[in-house]
Design a protein around this ligand. Structure first.
Ligand SMILES: CC(C)(COP(=O)(O)OP(=O)(O)OC[C@H]1O[C@@H](n2cnc3c(N)ncnc32)[C@H](O)[C@@H]1OP(=O)(O)O)[C@@H](O)C(=O)NCCC(=O)NCCS
Length: 441
């Protein structure tokens, strides 16, 4: 049995400390005892962007970035994508186990019953400019829900929590569809509770004058698979935001709005939109080598490539590539696929990408499918937010029930000025800072 401890010698004092190792980690707080004297605060660990810091213990999602493995609650993502519906996977993530038939029926009924939104929310939508970004509309309307359900702030009541989770999973597609139709100037379509989660979403997006919308089953299933693949991804930027904001006991709508904000950035969920812009910019397959050279020369990044955790092929990208073929049989081939395939081929043979272990991530092919299905690029990230809400809630619940968690509050290493005295304004000399020097367009 190996000795599960770490011995550290502080060369400033010559003292030695033995720290316990727990599940291949040491507790950063154990470093605090390492001091040079009684006045010393104690040693901190410094880890910008949390490259090597576990912020929690979690039993939701397992990810092995080196081997390209992703599992929800122990089930391989490939099996879930093949055998389950999105709501089945949502149940799994939130409850820890796959539902039996009766539990699934009840769960579907619960979520479906909450797909309607308060009529006043439409007025919020109407306040947005027609070309406002759908993520901005989603973020704001989700935050607004907190004013409709004031009881939601009672986050320590498991029943209240469950109701808000069901509500929001039910309402995310409706809010998204409303923002989409608002941008097109189309009337809103109410949810149809006879339809599945994805078919109802498609109905709210695309129904025109027909009395009943009938979604293409291949496309509905493709959307279902994409939703499954996006449902959780352990401690990514938005999940960490959900946990951090939730740790102050903010209500779940405010907390989810913050997670949506985190997802909207181009380095996170916004990447799928950026991939499409990049493919448009490249224009054709023959321009790919020149584009790659430009990236290698330090001009931008290859969007949809690289990942903080995956240093191997993202298993979700592999599944999406297959789904793309199925979708294109219905919609016709998106010509951008050929540019993407060429980019992948060249990048995967190039030393620059090999050395840095940069592979296609989930966003590389998802946008091409969404576009073939009829979505415009600015909607892609909200398509990510709908299923990811499930993962956020699973993470939020786990955080609230974890007795080790407290309000998230990192430390810093202060690098600013030592104490200074304020002098009268007439005695000050102009100073330049990056902000002051910036030119405003
Ligand atoms: C996802 C991402 C933010 C991860 O970033 P990270 O873990 O901080 O990785 P780093 O930025 O430290 O990258 C390591 C090296 O690879 C390079 N690199 C990373 N992603 C790259 C990309 N997409 N294109 C070109 N170079 C890339 C970095 O420039 C860096 O090179 P260097 O060592 O010469 O400085 C980053 O890969 C990225 O910006 N990808 C494009 C956006 C994207 O697709 N996001 C979706 C993620 S699911």
């Amino acid at each position: 049995m190996p000795n599960e401890t770490l011995t550290i010698t502080d060369n400033r004092t010559g003292k030695t400390y033995t720290l316990p190792i727990y599940k291949d980690a040491i507790r950063a707080i154990d470093l605090r005892q390492i001091k040079t004297g009684p006045e010393d605060f104690g040693l901190l660990s410094y880890d910008p962007a949390f490259l090597n810091t576990a912020s929690c213990q979690s039993s939701i999602t397992y990810l092995d970035g080196d081997r390209g493995i992703l599992r929800y609650r122990g089930y391989p993502i490939e099996q879930l994508a093949e055998k389950c519906s999105f709501l089945e996977v949502a149940y799994l993530l939130l409850n820890g186990e796959l539902p039996c038939e009766e539990q699934l029926d009840m769960w579907i009924t619960d979520v479906t019953r909450h797909s309607m939104i308060h009529e006043n929310l439409k007025k919020f939508m109407e306040g947005f400019h027609y070309d406002g970004h759908p993520m901005g509309m989603l973020m704001s309307t989700v935050a607004a829900l907190s004013t409709f359900y004031p009881e939601a702030r009672n986050i320590h009541d498991p029943g209240v929590r469950k109701l808000q989770i069901i509500r929001l999973i039910g309402k995310m597609p409706t809010l998204t569809a409303y923002s989409y139709r608002h941008s097109l100037g189309l009337p809103y379509v109410y949810p149809d509770n006879d339809l599945s989660y994805t078919k109802n979403f498609m109905n709210m997006l695309w129904r025109r004058t027909e009395p009943k919308f009938s979604a293409n089953p291949v496309l509905a299933r493709a959307l279902e698979v994409l939703f499954i693949l996006h449902a959780d991804h352990e401690q990514n930027c938005s999940a960490s935001t959900m946990r951090a904001v939730g740790s102050s006991f903010a209500d779940p709508y405010a907390t989810t709005a913050a997670a949506i904000a985190a997802l909207s950035g181009p380095l996170h969920g916004g990447a799928n939109e950026e991939v499409l812009r990049m493919l448009d910019e490249i224009g054709s397959k023959d321009k790919v080598p020149a584009y790659i050279e430009q990236i290698k020369a330090g001009h931008g990044k290859l969007m949809g490539f690289g990942h903080r955790v995956y240093k191997n092929y993202d298993p979700r990208a592999r599944i999406i590539k297959r789904v793309a073929e199925e979708v294109f049989e219905v919609t016709g081939r998106n010509p951008k696929l050929d540019i993407a395939l060429e980019l992948e081929r060249i990048a995967l043979e190039d030393d620059f990408f090999i050395k840095r272990r940069l592979y296609p991530n989930v966003d590389f092919y998802s946008g091409i499918i969404y576009q073939a299905m009829g979505f415009t690029p600015d909607v892609f990230t909200v398509l990510f937010a709908i299923p990811r809400a499930v993962g956020w809630f699973a993470q939020w619940q786990e955080m609230l029930q974890d007795s080790e968690q407290k309000i998230a509050r990192p430390r810093q290493i202060y690098t600013g000025e030592a104490v200074r005295q304020v002098v009268r304004i007439e005695e000050r000399h102009p100073q330049t800072s990056a902000l002051a020097a910036a030119t405003v367009a």
